[in-house]
Design a binder for this molecule. Structure first.
Ligand code: NAP
Ligand code: FE
Length: 367
């Protein structure tokens, strides 16, 4: 019997100029929009100009909150929520990478729920969050199709995600042209985040036939983009493949969650400023190695779909895509490993991911 349960309330519209051609999707949510973005990417990608033209054309008034930081903090989304309360929008349009989209979701909740950001993590929001339209400009997080928002919590010195079905974006517009302005490093780092979601969903306790199908399709697309990713000669076909692979990875983790790879990656971002996708990529070969004892055939399937002969070749690929001179001290390894082993993400991994397993993954990757 198939293990097939699936929930994906986001309408996904993919193709060139989908924003311009689907103005009705904006109109259905009201007459006032708050656009939530980072400082530059929305403009650089051209997505902002397209959205502004559509909103003007429809007579939808809008304001822009363009202060989203990378790896947005709880303080940052509170600022966005204040901007939202002042303007009183009917809906939110998030434009950007995972940071802007995650901030958009948190702001959608906080704009209509007058509570401290800690309450985001408790669910059961008294008021229904504002609808979110998501327009990714990176091809990596899949946030446009997930119920998650990952925020940096300064008091806890780490990043913690919250998830709630009410924050799935209502519509995701996928136009790979918006990802073309990404620089080489961001393109590779975010592509590796998409790969990480696919790999982690496949090597998760919560994997199902439904998530496996998404992963296998996503890995094939990712493999198709790989030659361009390596050579840094990016074609529009490669951009399109990665954007779809990213959304498939997002849909997969919407069902499985992520694993210890993400849990171990967060301190690398928080304490060492390693971009999110890169942080995962630095650890992924070791996660594959760890999983040989639990799901050898799944690890082999991943490598096969990526056209790689073994984990050694996978590790070499990560070194090419993600050059780093980061090395951790034994104290850092201990501290990060123990903290990661206590997370929910870690408990989604196969086998028993205790602190020693986490310490070993970190030590073998960055010791
Ligand atoms: P990001 O932090 O959103 O963006 C990284 C950098 O790339 C920023 O400086 C951004 O500029 C720039 N950028 C984005 N798109 C660009 C474009 N088209 N052209 C030029 N520059 C562009 O990176 P990300 O990897 O997409 O998102 C990472 C965040 O997502 C992390 O906080 C991570 O934890 C989270 N995440 C969420 C989920 C989920 O399911 N919700 C899953 C995985 C990861 P601006 O500052 O100007 O925007
Ligand atoms: Fe991620």
């Amino acid at each position: 019997m198939l293990n097939f349960s699936f929930y994906m309330p986001t309408e996904i519209i993919q193709g060139q100029e989908v924003v311009t051609r689907n103005g009705d999707r904006f109109k259905q949510f009201g007459t006032r929009a708050l656009i939530v973005t980072g400082k530059r990417s929305a403009q650089l990608s051209g997505a902002f100009q397209d959205v502004a033209a559509v909103l003007d054309n429809l007579g939808i008034s809008y304001q822009v909150f363009d202060q989203v930081e990378n790896n947005p903090s709880t303080t940052n989304v509170v600022q966005g929520a204040e901007a939202a309360r002042q303007f009183n929008p009917d809906f939110i349009v998030g434009i950007g990478g995972g940071s802007a989209l995650d901030a958009a979701k948190a702001i959608a909740v906080l704009a209509v729920n007058d509570f401290a950001p800690e309450c985001l993590y408790h669910g059961n929001y008294p008021n229904q969050p504002l609808p979110v339209i998501a327009i990714p400009t990176t091809a990596g997080t899949g946030s446009e199709v997930t119920q998650y928002s990952v925020l940096t919590i300064p008091e806890k010195q780490t990043k913690v995600g919250f998830g709630d079905r009410t924050i799935f974006p209502k519509v995701a517009f996928l136009d790979h042209r918006y990802t073309e302005s990404m620089e080489l490093d961001t393109t590779r780092n975010t592509a590796v985040d998409a790969l990480s979601h696919l790999v982690e969903a496949y090597l998760s306790r919560r994997a199902s036939d439904a998530s496996d199908m998404l992963v296998e399709a996503g890995l094939k697309l990712w493999a198709r983009a790989l030659p361009d990713l390596k050579s840094a000669a990016f074609s529009s076909g490669m951009r399109d493949s990665l954007l779809t692979a990213s959304a498939l990875g997002g849909m997969a983790i919407a069902h499985t969650g992520t694993t210890v790879v993400h849990a171990l990656g967060y301190p690398l971002t928080y304490f060492h400023d390693i971009p999110h996708g890169k942080a995962n990529g630095l650890l992924m070969a070791e996660y594959l190695r760890y999983n040989l004892q639990h799901a050898r055939s799944r690890v082999e399937k991943i490598l096969k779909l990526l056209n790689l002969k073994d984990i050694g070749e996978f590790a070499e690929l990560m070194q090419i895509l993600l050059p780093t001179d980061l090395r951790l001290t034994p104290e850092q390894i201990n501290e990060y490993g123990i903290a990661a082993s206590r997370t929910k993400n870690a408990s989604h991994s196969l086998g028993e991911v205790n602190s020693q397993v986490c310490i070993d993954i970190l030590n073998n990757s960055l010791g």
